[in-house]
Design a binder for this molecule. Sequence first.
Ligand code: BGC
Ligand code: NOJ
Length: 820
Amino acid sequence: MSLDAQEKYGYFDDSAREYVITRPDTPLPWLNYLGQDEFFGLCTNTAGGYTFWKDAKLRRLTRYRYNNVPYDLGGRYFYVNDDGAVWNPGWKPVKAADVAYECRHGLGYTKIIGSRDGLEVEALFFVPPGENLEVWKITVRNRSNQRKTPKLFSYQEFCFFEALNDMTNYQRTYSIGEVEVEGSAIYHKTEYRERRNHYTLFACTRPIAGFDTSRDAFVGIHEGLHEARVPFCGQATNSLAFGWNPIGAHQIDLDLAPGAEESFAFVLAYVEQGEEPKFDAPFVMNKSVGRAIVAKYSAPGAVDAALAKLKDYWDTLLANFQVECPNEHAQRMANTWNQYQCMATFNMSRSASMYETGIGRGMGFRDSNQDLLGFVHMIPSRARERILDIAATQLSDGTCYHQYQPLTKKGNADIGGDFYDDHLWLVLSTCAYIKESGDVSILQARCGFADHDTENVTSTLLDHLETSLAYTMKKRGPHGLPLIGHADWNDCLNLNCFSTEPNESFQTAGDVRDSKAESVMIAGLFLYAAREMAELYDFLGHADDAKRIRADHAEMLATVENTAWDGAWYTRAYAADGAVVGSKSNVEGQIYIESQGWCVLGGAGADNGRARQALESVHERLYTKNGIVLQQPAYSTYDKALGEVTSYPPGVKENAGIFSHNNTWIHLAWCKLGEGDRALEYYLSICPSAKQEQIDTYRGEPYVYAQMLAGRDAPCFGEAKNNWLTGTAAWTFVVVSQGLLGIQPDYRGLRVDPCIPKAWPGFTATRRFRGDTYQIRVVNPDGVSKGVKALRLDGQELDPAGTIPVIGDGKTHEVEVVLG
Ligand code: BGC
Ligand code: NOJ
């Protein structure tokens, strides 16, 4: 890679596990997430973003205006007034020209350093593990040879918790804002007097010279954030907000000798009052919990100890899987960023990013099940809880609420259900969890259906899995293929929508229950899920159940082979009137990616050469250097029989965009066929770390996967959009860890069955699994891609085709794998 390209906006500091951004004017705001458990923040490279507790819609603590001008405005801002010159360490909002800048996005923290005229201000933002607060650690250094007396102003805007109301209902919100200030602590207590029993605290651990809580006073009425009144005139007004827009701003006056520095912190906390009295006196809130928080983080060393805890947290999690391999991109992504993104998708599902506003989609049924696949090796216990939460939003007929709110864990009635792939993903996540943890007890965990009595639950998770598979077997159309409902994984292939009304949602319109439209992709997914389930039953010793499920698998497989083969690939669907979709007989949309991936992964085409042929067709017709486009030819006109997919301009989103998520199924399919060179080439085609040379085209963060890259039909071929919250995160981790490197958790132990490029001499990996640590060394003396000819555990020969048994002594074990 040329240094120019690498250094244009930043670079990976692999040993620090940081991406270092060297100039603030990145091609788009580059985002990081703070928080790992229940308290989260979005933080861009110019300190933009917001904070919420558990649920970005129902417990939003600070405000953010989406699609602002510029895109990213508002966040955790500090203004410096150094002898009249006003600037921000993170460049925005003032954008002073002569500020030296560096931003380090790390795991759960972002550090931004700005300096100007010998004064350096470092702002470090993070959420300590297990805490419901953000810490903003500030260090101010006088690097000049003169005494400096700068003033520093903090600034962020409070949100009234329910984010949708907050940004729409001004006839109420302009009148309800309330705050209290005590010393350096600002308490945002809007609605605390009535139904709410919680508040937001924004406090400084150091004495302050003033504060503001009224936006109008701090910023002005006609001013923008870049010309906010208080920092420019250098004096806070001690305003107490009553209505309008409460903010939190502190003024810190510093006096620094040459070479001197001072550090202090701010905490931004969510506090639930619990059982304690709500008020100390009329209108005076009981601040005991808030005071304890301020005291805790004011103690010497407390902030650094919390930061050390965060670093430990990530070191421990990532130690579960580490690899050294010949490809720097694969290694860096697998070791750090891909796993990190999996934590974000696990926590956020598709709720809050620069593209998801946090008020639209909560946790997606299919999304969250898939997200688990890349997360379960990190914290299996949280995966267990999530699986049961998701399953509880399934209905007793087998269909599911498509989404639910994380705060309430209740299905979202607005979007409803009837996406007939949803339930099948539950089988994948549950099997992955059991393989990782060995915990079969989850199958017997009581887990209700959303339409049943929630008091006396008798159904188990296993009932949910059975119901899921049975639904797909039962609900089939004229070709014997599964019905599609509103859509399958491809949300935009709406075969029952027939929408001609621009104001209705493609996702919910249409009468689906009586429709005959069928999905080949769901058939492929069913094949995969059924095989998983049969293997689970084998392991449990339930031979009859395994046999029953295998019979269903065989029946569906025959249906796929008899009805969905189009000559050189698998078709995609049958429309409501029986017309084929994804066939050479169509004018546009002749070949789709999803059915190739899932049919091959589900075992179709294995004995008759069709699997390979389908993948070769993908290579020939869909593969590009920026990844595999979703279908070809792109749709050029709207077709109401196909729905939203034809509403997009050619080359974007589901209309022939490169939808990274579904690329991964082809990567795995190549691995299944033993084609390691293809698998790595394809893997790299969408890998963000490998996009730095074309970063001005790519535009997205080089450290996380994008949902979509523009396809070759678009004028901006290769441009990334919708970064961070995509199923690509989990699935690419499956590709690299289980496909390419071949380290596969299984019911009885670990399997190692790599599929690597022939030129790789081998690799080493560390995998923690069920309490033991495996040091894996793979050697490739014959230059093959796949095939294990020798397998040794602590020097002892094992069956090369077998599983490494679980030892369970908590120790480190050496695994040697010889390919050939
Ligand atoms: C997008 C899909 C998305 C769906 C549901 C569509 O507009 O193209 O990718 O899943 O909306 O929000
Ligand atoms: C994004 C959605 O979150 C996901 O559920 C869906 O499968 C893809 N879009 C493809 O349409």
